[in-house]
Each structure stands twice: as C-alpha cells, then as structure tokens.
Ligand binder design. Structure first.
Ligand code: PRP
Ligand code: GUN
Length: 183
C-alpha cells in the first residue's frame, strides 16, 4: 500500500497511479453543471444514473445544477468482475419513472467499448422521451468499437483500466475520492 499525493492523501495499492485528482474532478463538475443547467433550464429533466458505477458522479453532478431535476436509476451489467466487456448487457434493475415526453439525461461513469451507451440509446428511445442526452464522466475514445454520440464528457482518457470515484476494481475501491489507473 502507498499513500498518494492529492488533497485527501488516500491509501491505495502500489500498482495504482493517480490519473485525475479529486480537486480536478470537482472543478470539471462545476463546469458541466453550469453547461447542463443552461441547456435544460425550464425543462425539468430526469437524470438516469446507470448503476453501479455512476452513483457518486450523479450525486455530485446534481449538486452542481441550479435547475429542477428528477432522478432515477437503471442497473445494467456487462463486465461482471472482469476488465473487458462481455458484450452481453443485462438489465438488472429496470427504470421506475415514466420517461414518455420527458427530457432525459443518462448519466454514465465511463464509456469504453460504447456498447452500454448503444444499448441504452436503443432501449430508452423506445419509451419516446422528448429528448435523450448522454453525459459521462470519462470516455476512452481509442476503445470505442461502436460509434456513439455523447453530449457531455468530463474527461477523455487513454486506454487504461481506471478505478475510484464510483468505478470498481472487482467490485471494490469505488469509495476512492480520486481516479487512478492500474498498472
Ligand atoms: O462502454 P462499455 O464498454 O459498455 O463500458 C461502460 C460500462 O461499463 C461499466 O459498467 P459495469 O458493467 O462494469 O458495471 P458497474 O457500473 O456496476 O461497475 C460502466 O459503468 C459502464 O456502464
Ligand atoms: N472500473 C472500470 N470499469 C470499466 N468499465 C469499462 N471500462 C472500465 C474501466 O476502465 N474501469
């Protein structure tokens, strides 16, 4: 275990390396919050957090919005405990809200192959939202194997497996405050 150099100085395994410190995430979220507030003012959008990975990002993002929003969650899984998408996406918890005629913002923690976003786009469009936008904290453009359009991106990152701030290492480490890559 080693102690990293960031504001909170958290203890992480030796093979974890800092990629995005907590303070950088915080200031990017302020910018995203302003942009989304401006684009959705008066529309009362429903933000749909994709579990599990997005729960911390969603919680921090909505506190950077100064507009009325609803929140719902959908749980899908394609990775299990591994580091490559299985390509088989399962719905583990369906949507509760009725999104027919609503402005919808899907909140992802990371876009990797793009298969999850492609699946969500097709699945949610069938419920006839008036608009369907996607926000992701992280995107790995070099790993995208399908073409996806993401409306708001926090950070573009290289092809590295990342953990922390909601993202897991075999279901653990989601509680780290910064984002690390594993080597
Ligand atoms: O672009 P893709 O290759 O589809 O990968 C992105 C998806 O992978 C992760 O979910 P995961 O299945 O690991 O579940 P989790 O959110 O519970 O960790 C992440 O939260 C995205 O939903
Ligand atoms: N934790 C984690 N989950 C992912 N799902 C797709 N890519 C990643 C990644 O880099 N880290």
């Amino acid at each position: 275990m080693k102690r990293t150099f960031n504001d909170q100085s958290e203890i992480v395994p030796e093979n974890y390396h800092i990629l995005i410190p907590e303070a950088t995430i915080e200031s990017r979220l302020k910018e995203l919050g302003q942009q989304i507030s401006r684009d959705f003012r008066g529309k009362k959008p429903i933000l749909i957090g994709i579990l599990n990975g997005s729960f911390i990002f969603l919680a921090d993002l909505i506190r950077n919005l100064d507009i009325d929003v609803e929140v719902d969650f959908l749980r899908i899984s394609s990775y299990g405990d591994g580091r490559e998408s299985s390509g088989h996406i399962k719905i583990l918890k369906p949507l509760s809200a009725d999104i027919n005629g609503r402005s919808v913002i899907v909140v992802e923690d990371i876009v990797d192959s793009g298969l999850s976003v492609q699946f969500l786009e097709r699945m949610l469009s069938a419920f006839n939202p008036v608009e369907l936008k996607f926000v992701t904290l992280l995107n790995k453009p070099s790993k995208n194997i399908v073409e996806v359009h993401i409306d708001y991106i926090g950070f573009e990152i290289e092809d590295k497996f990342v953990v922390g701030y909601g993202l897991d290492d075999a279901q653990l480490k989601r509680n780290l405050r910064s984002i690390y890559f594993i080597e």
